[in-house]
Design a protein around this ligand. Sequence first.
Ligand code: ADP
Ligand code: MG
Length: 324
Amino acid sequence: MALSEFALIDRFFRDCGATRSDVPLGIGDDAAVLDVPPGKQLVAAIDTIVEGVHFPKGSAPASIGHRALAVNLSDLAAMGAEPAWALLSLTLPQADEQWLTEFSRGLGALARAHNVALVGGDTTSGPLSITIQVLGFIEPTRALRRAGGRAGDAVFVSGTPGDAAGGLALELSPSANDTPAHMALRERFLFPTPRLELGRLLLDFASACIDVSDGLLGDAGKLAQASGCGVQLDYAALPVSPGLVAAVGEHRARELALTGGDDYELCFTVSPSRIEDMLNAVPAGKWGYTRIGVLTADPRAAVIRDGSVMQVSHSGFDHFASPR
Ligand code: ADP
Ligand code: MG
C-alpha cells in the first residue's frame, strides 16, 4: 500500500464518526476503552459486506461505507437499542485515496447522524470486504426479541419493502434514461435508512421485532418461528411504493416486497390490546408503517390473496441455499 497503514487510519478513520464523552481511549492504542453507562445492558451486533456478494463490484464507495454501518444499525434498531460505538475491519485490494475519502465520508455521515463513535478496527489487504461491529445500550431486559410474538398478534412493516431489490436490479443494468423514480429506488438500495427511532418507540408496544434484510416473507417467517407461531401476510395490504409499481408493475412490485432483500425496514408484531395505544403514540402516517398480517397458531408462513393461499417462489435470500 502506497499510504502506510498508520497514515491511512489517521487520515480517514480517526475523526470519521461522532465524538463521545464515553470513549476515554479510542483509535490509536491496542484496544479501545469504553464507559458503559451504569444500569444499562450492552447490545452487540456484527455484519460483513463483501464486494460481488452484498454490493455490485464498482459500487460508489460512499454507499459502501453507508451500507456497512446501516446494516448493523438496523440490527440494533430491531432490538430497540440505542447505538454508541462501532469497530471497523476493512480489507482492501489497494489504498486508493479517492476511494477511502468517499468511503469514510459515507460511513462518517451516518455515524455522526446517529451519534456513533468509531473507536477501533483493523486494516488488511485482500479482496474488498467490510466488517463492522456496533455496540449500543438497552434498558435491562427490555430488548425487543424475535421470540415475543403470540398467535393473534398483528404484523406490521415499516416503509415500502421491495424498493431496495428494485433499486439493485436497476444498479445492475444501468440505463442512460433513468427517471427520478428509478433514482429514488436506487437510493433505497445504496443508502438504506436504519429505523433506530422507530425501534426505540416500539419498545413500549411491540411483542416481537426483526429487521428485514433477506426479504419480508422470510424474515416475518423467522420472527414467527422464533415466537412458536406461523404468519399470514395479506397480499393486498403490502405497502408497495408508486415508484416501484411504475418501474416493474403491480404484481412484480408485491413479489419484490415479499421476497426482495436489502430493505432494512422493521417487521414487528403487536398484541391486539396494544394496537390502539400504539397508533395514538406512534402515528402510522408519521412513522410510515403498515399492518400487513397476523401471527397464527398454524406454524406455516403464507400469503393470502383474494381469500386463498398464494404460491411464493422462494421465501427470501439464503446464502447457502442452492442457486436460484
Ligand atoms: P494492532 O496491531 O495492535 O491491532 P493496529 O495497527 O491494527 O493495531 O491498529 C492501530 C489502531 O488503529 C487501533 O486502535 C485500531 O483499533 C485502529 N484501527 C486500525 N484499523 C482501523 C480502521 N480501519 N478503522 C478504525 N480504526 C482502526
Ligand atoms: Mg490490528
